[in-house]
Design a protein around this ligand. Structure first.
Ligand code: NDP
Ligand code: HSE
Length: 430
């Protein structure tokens, strides 16, 4: 057997501890699969005395994780600290520059700086790996970059954030509204330290930008991902979706066409018959469309100690086997710079929910505005009224252009009878 691969782990939280547990528990099996032993030589975290539920006394402790980049006895650095910049970024740059391979679960780091880091890795002949950054338990980066490498891929979409999928599932299952489920989800500890990353679709946006690069060989462009989260979804939207034959899912959708690259994250109405409509709670799913495979569907746990650490260790094993090809499967100088397609150019149907005062002429004003913008309706629903005399109206449009819906809703929001800003949910017949 070759000499052991010596690794240092920066970050001993949920994922870091999980990585150590797997390496300790599956030591012999991993060595057999990797063709050499994986040896943890050093660890680092913020607080040395914190009880982490595992014994770390066998490993060197570093107060400063950046020391790992300089150590001659470290072949590979694992970064499971988090954050797009700061220590995580410095550690990545310095480790790769010093000829050490780098494995991370940090989606923010890769979405923002993946291209730059991949180039440093390439120039130094070492590996940069980030399987755990997207959909943890689903080996989607490897599946796309290796298993589907013969295909011209045109679309990747999926449920990329487990927390919001849990929340939407629980709203439907329990009949509780958004605010109540949000409080329960906080108590369960599912939300990121900055909840906006989950709730506003940013975490899913990071993952989508990474998937786009891997799938299409395009330069990572997180800045052009359109992101909208789930904060405005009410229980009544979930109930109306059910009545109309849909479920609401927060999807990331990336499509490459001759016009350019479309990357968007937002709540979608998906037909209840679609497999992705039945991916519930903390599970993630990814669908990949290619010219020779047609469509492939992957489902698994997207977060948590086990699934995330499993992906990190798989990357370490890959490096131990000597695989140090391009991080995005295409050398950086061959990555395409593709123009973005704006969300306003989307063509499709829309679910629209209005909250208005119940008085004569309201519906006439609303439908006149839609008519003026050339938006035609296929369904309009109104059930009873609220105790305060207001009413919710729900409409489904025929296929139209997003910019027409946006223009119509801007005018509708200005009507004196409209109480809350209108909500539009895109219908995706996936
Ligand atoms: N948890 C999950 O389910 C998933 C996480 N990820 C990603 O994995 C990464 C780690 O996540 P997770 O384990 O949940 O995060 P945690 O918050 O549980 O752990 C972060 C760790 O980083 C340590 N740390 C903080 N600052 C430093 C520093 N300057 N130097 C060294 N260590 C430091 C902390 O130390 P201390 O313990 O002493 O405070 C802690 O051990 C993030 O990028 C996250 O986005 C990806 C997919 C899923
Ligand atoms: N906050 C993320 C963690 C895993 O990346 C999620 O809920 O999916």
């Amino acid at each position: 057997m070759s000499k052991p691969l010596k690794i240092a782990i920066a970050g001993l939280g949920t994922v870091g501890v999980g990585v150590i547990k797997i390496i300790e528990q599956h030591n012999d099996m991993i060595a057999a699969r990797a063709g050499r032993a994986i040896e943890v030589v050093a660890v680092s975290a913020s607080n040395r005395s914190r009880d982490r539920g595992i014994d770390i006394t066998a490993y060197d402790w570093a107060d400063n994780a950046l020391d790992f980049a300089e150590r001659d006895d470290v072949d590979l650095v694992v970064e499971v600290i988090g954050g797009s910049d700061g220590v995580a970024k410095e550690l990545a740059q310095q480790s790769l520059e010093q000829g050490k391979s780098f494995v991370t679960a940090n989606k923010a780091l890769i979405a923002h700086h993946g291209a730059e880091l991949a180039e440093i890795a390439q120039n130094n002949g070492v590996a940069l790996r980030f399987e755990a950054a997207v959909a943890g338990g689903i080996p989607i980066i490897k599946s796309i970059g290796e298993g589907l490498a013969a295909n011209k891929l045109t679309e990747v979409h999926g449920i990329l954030n487990g927390t919001t999928n849990y929340m939407l599932t629980q709203m439907e299952a329990t009949g509780k509204d958004y605010g109540e489920i949000l409080e329960e989800t906080k108590l369960l500890g599912y939300l990121e330290a900055d909840p906006s990353l989950d709730l506003d679709g940013i975490d899913a946006g990071h993952k989508l930008a990474i998937l786009s690069s891997v799938a299409f060989g395009v330069k990572t462009n997180f800045e052009n991902v359109y992101m909208e989260g789930i904060r405005r979804i009410k229980l009544l939207d979930i109930e109306y979706a059910k009545e109309l034959g849909y479920r609401i899912k927060l999807l990331g959708i990336s499509r490459l066409s001759e016009q350019g690259l479309e990357q968007r994250v937002h709540p979608c109405m998906v037909p209840r018959s679609a497999p992705i409509a039945h991916v519930d709670n903390g599970f993630n799913a990814v669908v990949v469309q290619g010219d020779y495979i047609d469509r492939t569907f992957y489902e698994g746990r997207g977060a948590g100690e086990g699934p995330t650490a499993s992906a990190v260790v798989a990357d370490i094993i890959d490096v131990a086997r000597g695989h140090n090809g391009s991080a995005f499967f295409v050398p950086q100088h061959l990555m395409q710079d593709v123009p973005p397609i704006d969300i306003s150019d989307r063509i499709g149907s829309y679910y629209i929910r209005l909250h208005v005062q119940e008085q004569p002429g309201v519906i006439a004003d609303v439908t006149a505005t839609l008519r003026d913008q050339d938006v035609s309706l296929q369904v309009m629903l109104q059930k009873g009224s609220e105790q305060d005399g207001s009413v919710y109206i729900v409409m489904v449009t025929h296929e139209t252009q997003e910019k027409k819906v946006t223009a119509a809703l801007k005018q509708i929001d200005g009507l004196s009878t409209v109480i809350d800003k209108a909500l539009a949910i895109r219908i995706e017949n996936l």
